[in-house]
Design a binder for this molecule. Structure first.
Ligand code: PEP
Ligand code: MG
Length: 321
């Protein structure tokens, strides 16, 4: 099996009838880019920058962050590197940020909410990201967006930072692509509007499932309700992908479900452009894609969308393999 996967290196993730999906890697540090390359990932679909902030006494400086982003961009040699701005809070804690304890941290002060509230602090990261954009194909992505106001505000702050860098004469990529995580039902339902404001969508199924099903993703007691097969979740994914394509932008998935073998035909059928996953999943998923036909996957989507429950869908997907 290992040898078989080894042989897939250098080949494309393309179906029998010619539909190509970009397979990307999720990383938490520049070193992880090596793993993505070892597994022949075509790009980095999610750099979780919060790991740069965790397990230390205070925030990483602009220079530290710049070095990390630049190193990653350079390692990927011009291939896309989607870097997500700080997504702290929820299950990820950082003591020195002194975030007050909350009853419902997943519904509270986290991610973009915190960054829009602490603009000078956030700008340090944006400066580092923009400066690093000179050294490769960096894409900037905002997490946990629920409203157009938040997105507009985030983009405005990014523009301010560009202005500051321009005045300082610092080099950066003026047209760095800007995208957003699609991980809340509010964003998914408004995807047609959001699609006019960004260059790409990346679907965070981990949170999208949690917020759609109203199930804390860390709570084992209600884990049976947390399902990537639920038709409510799949309808939101379809809405996101269709809205992206109607507006000429790409859509990917960077949550765990991107590497779910049972759902892969559904992702292909729905027309996902990119799937970003743990590097070890890349070659097995490539192998599976090469055995699929896009036309069959589209028919399967039609069948699956007639079903009423996650269990029915999960069962149906088992039998079609
Ligand atoms: C997600 O929510 O699916 C996602 C990719 O982000 P994280 O797991 O970091 O919340
Ligand atoms: Mg998330």
């Amino acid at each position: 099996k290992k040898l078989r996967l080894e042989k897939l290196k250098g080949t494309k993730s393309i179906t029998k009838d010619g539909y190509e999906v970009l397979l990307a890697g999720n990383i938490g540090a520049p070193e992880d880019a090596d793993k993505v390359q070892q597994q022949d990932g075509q790009s980095i679909g999610l750099f979780r920058t919060e790991f740069l902030y965790m397990n230390r006494e205070d925030s990483p400086t602009e220079e530290e962050q710049f070095a990390a982003y630049k190193e990653t961009a350079e390692k990927m040699q011009g291939r896309p590197v989607v870097i997500r701005t700080l997504d702290i809070g929820g299950d990820k804690e950082v003591d020195y940020l002194r975030i007050p304890k909350e009853e419902n941290p997943f519904l509270g002060y986290r991610a973009i909410r915190l960054c829009l509230d602490r603009v000078p602090f956030w700008k340090v990261q944006l400066r580092a990201l923009l400066r690093a954009s000179e050294f490769g194909n960096i894409h900037i992505m905002f997490p946990m967006i629920v409203s157009i106001e938040e997105l507009v505000q985030a983009k405005q702050i990014l523009e301010e930072v560009k202005g500051e860098l321009r005045r300082e004469g610092a080099a950066f990529n003026e047209s760095v692509p800007v995208g957003m995580m699609m991980e809340t039902p509010a964003a998914a339902l408004m995807a047609d509007v959001f699609a006019k404001e960004v260059d790409f969508f990346s679907i965070g199924t981990n949170d999208l499932i949690q917020y759609t099903m109203a199930v804390d993703r860390m709570n084992g007691k209600v884990a049976h309700l947390y399902s990537q097969y639920d038709p409510a979740v799949l309808r939101l994914v379809k809405k996101i992908v269709d809205s992206a394509h109607e507006n000429g932008i790409w859509a990917g998935i960077c949550g765990e479900a991107a590497a779910d073998k049972a759902l892969l035909p559904i992702w292909v059928g729905l027309g996902l452009d990119e799937l970003s996953m743990s590097p070890v999943s890349i070659l097995p998923i490539r192998e599976q894609i090469q055995g699929l036909s896009k036309a069959d996957c589209e028919n399967l989507v039609k069948k699956i969308f007639l079903l009423r429950t996650g269990n029915e869908i999960e069962e149906a997907l088992k039998h079609c393999r």
